[in-house]
Design a protein around this ligand. Structure first.
Ligand SMILES: Nc1ncnc2c1ncn2[C@@H]1O[C@H](COP(=O)(O)OP(=O)(O)OP(=O)(O)O)[C@@H](O)[C@H]1O
Length: 527
């Protein structure tokens, strides 16, 4: 073995330096040619599971134009796979080797052959074939030499295989991403921030200031005003941008699961904990964790959160080990956390910790100058998502949009524009119908919207009916119908009527049955 050491070292170096097999085969062949008679080095890949044999590399002057040759039909691969597994070296004229191991040599290869199987961690990968065009040039002393070289050659094949797998996975992930973005009508996963130069100028200034620091940020704003968009902007401009950005809706986690959701659990730590699970903090390691609706966390979780914010350590539920993560926390709430602290509902020490750098996000009605650009951007996005020709709001539409107080903020505006696009079906944007009669008249808009408390469309219909003399059932019917119209007939889910009305979907369905309300009437595209 010692006499092959310089050769072996040279081949290992080339196998490790070159990731793709065509490059490593060329480099290895050049090293081998200094010690061996060699015209061609061939690397064949064997896939025992699919019974496939393919040519990975073929070096030398008379290499074939393509190395894509695969198994000839009818070739029985079992004996070849078994031989590769033994890692024995064969030597002899091409015809003799072919008779002994059918399928090993590609058609057209003649001369003298030295070949051995490539195996890594017990898995048969393929075979390496050394060939000279003149007969009889390999001798017995070359056999142990090739046997010693089979390991680095197997590593070269494995590197190539792993790179191909990674490339295929990356391409599949990119294709999925492109497909999903096309369905969302976007070019990029991050939302373009409309209004960055307008109503959000001050917000974006604060985002730029804080992004590069690693301090916690607290974003304060009404529901749907764009708190997540701002949190993503902070992450995207921070040194953690290439790390994960994860959003947790603290209000949606059942209190009894909050501990395990945020910090993970060990296997068997409670009934149903069948396997170990990483919590949100661990999954966000190296990135940003966006704790939305942070005011909804229970007092017990607030204590644990304070600890992880103070020293970065935590324990999984049922675990004894102290774990450490490097996570930046961006929290958000639509609640008045200061008042909650005063009322004893939120820990003062946690509030000080997350309130280092608050960002106040104005409600949409406080920045009407952004509405035209947003409506246009959402109209284009809706058209792309729905596969319709782009239709933009008319000046009259803009007036209506500007007159409406947008209690649901940007999210509501996006939903109205999408509804308008669906209703218009590519001909126009049906903004008046999409606003569903809820749009404030210019007279209403003239009353100072900034001082008008946010009202849902359903709330507004409630206010006007007092003097109409409606029965209770009629009132309920009107509210349900208004919510269904707003939610395009959807009952369940985050954008469903049940959520909007604050009732359980089962309760809503039961009421609808009793009142004879047919949700299909509210679906925009009825067959
Ligand atoms: N400035 C903006 N430019 C473009 N789109 C925006 C902007 N602000 C918000 N949006 C869009 O409005 C919708 C709601 O935004 P986002 O989810 O960030 O609001 P939020 O305040 O986090 O809501 P919630 O309080 O319900 O968690 C999203 O679809 C988002 O893309």
């Amino acid at each position: 073995m010692d006499r092959f050491l310089p050769l072996l070292l040279g081949v290992w170096q080339q196998a490790c330096r070159n990731i793709r097999i065509d490059a490593s085969a060329e480099a290895i062949a050049a090293v081998l040619a200094r010690r061996l008679p060699l015209d061609h080095l061939l690397i064949r890949q064997l896939d025992p599971a699919r019974a496939q044999l393919a040519m990975l590399a073929w070096t030398g002057q008379h290499a074939p134009p393509s190395t894509a040759e695969t198994t000839s039909p009818g070739v029985e691969l079992e004996p070849l796979i078994a031989w590769c597994g033994t890692r024995q070296v064969v030597r002899g004229p091409a015809e003799t080797v072919t008779r002994r191991l059918p399928g090993l040599l590609p058609a057209g290869l003649c001369g003298n052959i030295l070949a051995g199987g490539l195996v890594l961690e017990g898995q048969v990968l393929g075979a390496a074939i050394l060939a000279t065009e003149q007969p009889g040039r390999f001798s017995q002393e070359h056999e142990p030499m090739l046997a010693a070289l089979l390991d680095p050659l197997a590593v070269a094949v494995q590197n190539d295989r792993l790179v191909r797998e990674l490339t295929a996975l990356r391409e599949a992930a990119e294709a999925d991403r492109a497909k999903l973005l096309a369905r969302l009508g976007r070019q990029d996963i991050t939302d373009p921030i409309v209004g960055a130069e307008g109503g959000l100028r001050e917000v974006m200034h604060r985002v730029e200031l804080v992004a590069r620091a690693d301090t916690p940020v607290l974003i304060l704003g009404e529901t749907g005003s764009g708190k997540e968009v701002v949190a993503r902007a902070i992450h995207g401009r921070s040194p953690r941008a290439s790390g994960p950005f994860l959003r947790v809706n603290c209000g949606a986690i059942p209190p009894e699961l909050a501990d395990s959701e945020l910090f993970g659990h060990e296997r068997g730590s409670f009934t149903g904990a069948a396997a170990q699970r990483k919590g949100w903090f661990e999954r966000a390691d190296g990135g940003t964790l966006f704790l939305d609706e942070v005011g909804e966390l229970s007092p017990a979780i607030q204590v644990r959160l304070l600890r992880i914010l103070q020293d970065g350590t935590f324990q999984r539920v049922g675990g004894e080990r102290q774990l450490r993560v490097d996570v930046r926390v961006v929290a958000a709430t639509h609640r008045d956390l200061g008042a909650m602290v005063g009322a004893g509902q939120f820990r003062a020490d946690l509030w000080y910790r997350i309130n280092v750098f608050p960002i106040d996000l104005p409600a949409l009605r406080e920045r009407p100058q952004d509405i035209p650009a947003m409506a246009t951007s959402f109209a284009l996005r809706a058209a792309a998502r729905l596969g319709l020709p782009p239709r933009l709001p008319t000046p009259e539409d803009m007036e209506r949009l500007l007159a409406y107080p947008w209690p649901g903020n940007v999210r509501e505006l996006a939903a109205v524009i999408e509804r308008a696009a669906i209703l218009g079906n590519g001909r126009a944007l049906e903004v008046p119908t999409a606003l569903g009669g809820n749009a404030a008249t210019p007279a209403v808009a003239a009353s100072d919207p900034a001082t008008t408390p946010a009202r849902t469309p359903a709330q507004k219909s409630e206010e006007t009916r007092d003097d109409t003399g409606e029965t209770l059932d009629e009132v309920v019917r009107r509210r349900i119908e208004a919510a269904l119209a707003d939610c395009l007939g959807r009952i369940e889910g985050p954008f469903g009527a049940a959520r909007r009305l604050g009732v359980n979907p089962h309760t809503l369905r039961a009421r609808m049955r009793r009142l004879g309300i047919d949700w299909t009437r509210f679906r925009p595209l009825r067959p």
